[in-house]
Ligand binder design. Sequence first.
Ligand SMILES: Cc1cc2nc3c(=O)[nH]c(=O)nc-3n(C[C@H](O)[C@H](O)[C@H](O)COP(=O)(O)OP(=O)(O)OC[C@H]3O[C@@H](n4cnc5c(N)ncnc54)[C@H](O)[C@@H]3O)c2cc1C
Length: 291
Amino acid sequence: MTSYDAIIVGTGQAGPALAARLAGAGRKVAVIERGAFGGTCVNDGCTPTKTLIASAYAAHMARRGREYGLRRSGKIIVDMKRVKARKDAVVGKSSGGVEKWMRGTRGITVIRGHARFVSQNKIQVSEKELASDHIFLDVGGRPLVPKMPGLDKVPVLTNQSIMDVDFVPRHLIVVGGSYVGLEFAQMYRRFGSRVTVVEMGPRLVGREDDVVKVDGKRVALGEVEGCLESFPKVKQAQAMVVTDPLSGAMVVARVVTRSKCDPEEIIDHCARNLAPYKVPRRIEFCDTLPA
Ligand SMILES: Cc1cc2nc3c(=O)[nH]c(=O)nc-3n(C[C@H](O)[C@H](O)[C@H](O)COP(=O)(O)OP(=O)(O)OC[C@H]3O[C@@H](n4cnc5c(N)ncnc54)[C@H](O)[C@@H]3O)c2cc1C
């Protein structure tokens, strides 16, 4: 058994920084990691999603090239194998950087494997036993597949397994319409999948404020959404406030429509029913559903 001044389990957000600080202060530190260095953020969270979002944004802008004065002769094709390879390269560099940092820091011993407690101050990793009076757990989160009837009969992806997808799914159903779900929804829509978001709450991103300020005036997004949904061609609407560097804060809306329609029709409808600062300045179409 080896004794340490501190044992840190997990190399996610807090573990490596804490290990480096303790080692820098002359402590003997063990860092244990069972998976990829960097944890969720680096491997299955922030870094890969933002890299994929960048590819999706590029596809989206390429399709909108005409609006910017560009012409193209062929179709924009999303090569998901290359999109994934780019994501893997970015993630690999980042995860490798954390590993190199930990292995290269004097005073830190890196141990690979699954840590389990054998007593209050002892940890076991495979055959090894380690002891310390200071054991820090940075073991993070894992994806949870909820117990939904029928879910066991269909292929299901989590934020981890979706990282291995190297094709554009024909139709993706995203259960949960908050930050992570909407990131995947938007990127896959931009890659070319049909996407359906299922949210049990009354609105998407339910943790966000429902009342926001535009030009110092209060705008209840629910009221704007109600107005949008009172337009017969609109099936579902989500209003939000975005800040444009040139125009400042403005209300924009995403809508699912029952039939094809012109954004100006929707804006006119809102202008007739809402105060001017509440009228969406831009309408984005998410999908068109059969009536
Ligand atoms: C899809 C997605 C997108 C996200 N995007 C963002 C974003 O843009 N911005 C943002 O701020 N946050 C984002 N997050 C949240 C962010 O990733 C997490 O909050 C953060 O990674 C949590 O860090 P952590 O250190 O607590 O845990 P983790 O990063 O999960 O690290 C835990 C580590 O512990 C290891 N471990 C666990 N148990 C053991 C054990 N018994 N023995 C050895 N090792 C063990 C694991 O292998 C892992 O490496 C996102 C999350 C997801 C899922």
